[in-house]
Design a protein around this ligand. Structure first.
Ligand SMILES: Cc1ncc(COP(=O)(O)O)c(C=O)c1O
Length: 403
């Protein structure tokens, strides 16, 4: 029998601590920002695939996709960014990826050596954080408030790295309906943060995966990438949360010069890892026909679910617990009293058919587990009410509601 363990590459991802129960199958899935199941329009999706195949002819599938991915979809992305995000990107600077996660993987592979610092928000999306840790990066959490990272704190963090002769590879931000904190960074704060990074000559990696999901509140400020005109922002986003996580279609936009240097997004006729061209055809044709209606339906569904979850929290959790009231996106972040340990309690929750994410998965140090995140995009409002009630019952039994 071959000893495969002896053959594995030295660059195999490092092990990262994961809570027990994270992979359990449950009914009340408050742990993943799935697309809303009811808006997956099977008939229209099939019509869009047919239209894509008719438009492209047999060579659209017989051949390898063009470098950077589907040309029409890159143009559509550039048009949407200009119209919705104040960001004038050239279609040539856009690359289509296997989800936002695929674009992030390429950027981590391209920029990160083990030991490299990356500045991140106080809590940050667990999937990308895990990728950073698996590659041996050193995420540094920058303190923030409900308007994002504090410019002074970012300055301090960059200064202390500088003093130690180290340089951050980038400042990683999720500035719209932040995952897991829910805030959207205002335009003045964006400008102040850009001022700081420009002083240290460090790029921003901006992840706008939730920009299509404004439910209420003020219109979104322009993207960081739209506010900076000197090429210091790399941008990623996705169609997965809008049209289906299973489609695996997202994109990145890179400053001129960067894309050309990255073989993963720049090689013609190579069977590189990446997104299915069939899926990108479908996304392109479907978005051309149904964009406005689809987004309206998703927002309406998210509003009902968010309101059901906020109401269920109000009904079942004591008032000394605190939680966010997001104006968009798919998740709520909850704070329990000090001493509550939602990492330890997760397996008990899954035995009651409920799953959430403990605060520690959003931190490099795996601490702050008196916080946890709930997502509301997957279950129906009735299920949300039942699942939150079950969770409250468990937390009460665990003594977390004793103040
Ligand atoms: C902030 C953020 N970035 C990226 C992703 C991954 O998205 P995708 O499915 O497009 O790879 C997620 C998914 O939850 C996310 O919340």
């Amino acid at each position: 029998m071959v000893d495969y363990a002896a053959l594995f590459s030295r660059t195999l991802p490092r092990a990262v601590a994961t809570p027990e129960g994270a992979n359990a199958a449950v009914k009340y899935i408050f742990s993943v920002t799935n697309a809303v199941p009811e808006v997956i329009a099977a008939d229209e999706y099939l019509t869009a695939i047919r239209a894509g195949l008719d438009a492209g002819g047999p060579n659209s599938l017989a051949a390898y996709p063009p470098a950077g991915g589907h040309t029409g979809l890159r143009e559509l992305v550039a048009r949407r960014l200009a119209a919705n995000r104040g960001f004038d990107a050239a279609p040539d600077d856009v690359f289509i990826s296997d989800g936002a996660g695929g674009a992030i993987t390429i950027l981590l592979e391209s920029f990160i050596n083990p030991g490299d610092p990356i500045l991140v928000e106080e809590f940050t999306y667990m999937g990308s954080l895990r990728m950073m840790l698996e590659r041996g990066a050193e995420p540094v959490h920058v303190p923030g408030d409900d308007d994002g990272m504090l410019p002074d704190a970012l300055d301090d963090a960059l200064k202390s790295l500088d003093n130690a002769g180290r340089r951050a590879k980038f400042v990683w931000m999720i500035p719209v309906f932040q995952n897991p904190l829910g805030f959207t960074v205002s335009e003045p704060r964006r400008r102040a943060l850009l001022d700081v990074v420009q002083r240290y000559d460090v790029p921003v990696l901006e992840n706008e995966s939730y920009a299509d999901f404004r439910i209420d509140g003020d219109p979104l400020p322009p993207a960081f990438a739209g506010l900076s005109d000197n090429g210091d922002v790399m941008y990623v986003s996705s169609f997965t949360k809008l049209l289906g996580c299973g489609l695996r279609v997202g994109f990145g936009v890179l400053p001129p010069g960067v894309k050309a240097a990255l073989p993963q997004v720049n090689s013609e006729n190579l069977p590189r890892r990446g997104v299915s061209h069939l899926a990108t055809m479908m996304v392109y044709e479907y978005m051309r026909e149904h964009e406005a209606g689809h987004i309206a339906a998703v927002r309406a569904a998210l509003q009902t679910r968010r309101d059901a979850m906020l109401d269920a929290l109000e009904q079942n959790f004591p008032s000394f617990c605190e939680w966010t009231h997001p104006q968009g996106g798919m998740l709520i972040f909850v704070r329990l009293p000090e001493g509550a340990d939602t990492w330890a309690t997760l397996p008990k929750a899954t035995r009651r058919d409920v799953k959430y994410n403990p605060g520690g998965v959003f931190r490099a140090d795996r601490q702050r587990n008196n916080y946890f995140r709930l997502t509301y995009s997957h279950n129906s409002p009735e299920e949300i009410r039942e699942g939150v009630a079950r969770l409250a019952e468990l937390f009460r039994e665990e003594g977390y509601f004793e103040g």
